[in-house]
Design a protein around this ligand. Structure first.
Ligand code: ZN
Length: 195
């Protein structure tokens, strides 16, 4: 922790007198909502090279997009709604990753009774993603899981309308934490291919 504190303490000096940071006070207009796992190995700005103000992020355990339900307050739904309705993002990326603990727990049907909040959250990810139980990277399962979340985004009322208008695009990504490779889903062939 101490090295992180030291960096945060000195960060201000890196930002001083830089117009890029001064402009951030005027507001944000990111074009992309980036939904990914809370996993510490996934660093969206590092992967994409995004600068401050370019990515609106939603991070959840297992990059799960919960079902849209009005009347049930949800930080995840609120974040997505704000990105779409207020910021007007044009692209939404759901980025799953290799060796995902959440997806692995689902595929292997691990006993999560010791972490009931995690257990109950993962239930949102049903149906359980299909994939090879023996694969430590759970690659197939994560890819299937990503597509399930993309499909769920389509059920959000604001997104469904914008999709039909061509105002928003959805992307399913798979990131390999051990190689840095990013694959994207191609709908025409229903395959994940390198970006
Ligand atoms: Zn994960």
């Amino acid at each position: 922790m101490q090295s992180l504190i030291e960096h945060a303490r000195s960060f201000r000096r890196q930002c001083e007198d830089r117009a890029e940071f001064a402009r951030l006070a005027e507001g944000q207009s990111p074009q992309v909502l980036f939904i990914t796992c809370s996993d510490s190995r996934v660093v969206p700005a590092l992967i994409t090279g995004a600068r401050p103000g370019e990515l609106f992020e939603l991070r959840t355990a297992g990059n799960i997009v919960p079902p849209y339900a009005s009347g049930h307050p949800s930080g995840e739904v609120a974040t997505i709604e704000y990105a779409v309705e207020v910021l007007g993002v044009t692209d939404i990326v759901v980025c799953g990753h290799s060796h995902c603990g959440a997806v692995g727990a689902l595929v292997r049907q691990e006993d999560l009774d010791a972490v009931p909040a995690v257990r109950d959250w993962l239930v949102h990810a049903t149906p359980r993603p299909e994939g090879t139980v023996e694969d430590p990277a759970v690659a197939d399962a994560v890819r299937n899981h990503v597509l399930t979340q993309v499909l769920r985004l389509r059920s959000y009322p604001g997104i469904d309308r914008r999709l039909s208008e061509g105002a928003v695009r959805l992307h399913g990504w798979f990131y390999e934490v051990h190689t840095g490779t990013v694959l994207t889903h191609h709908a025409d062939s229903d395959t994940f291919q390198a970006l």
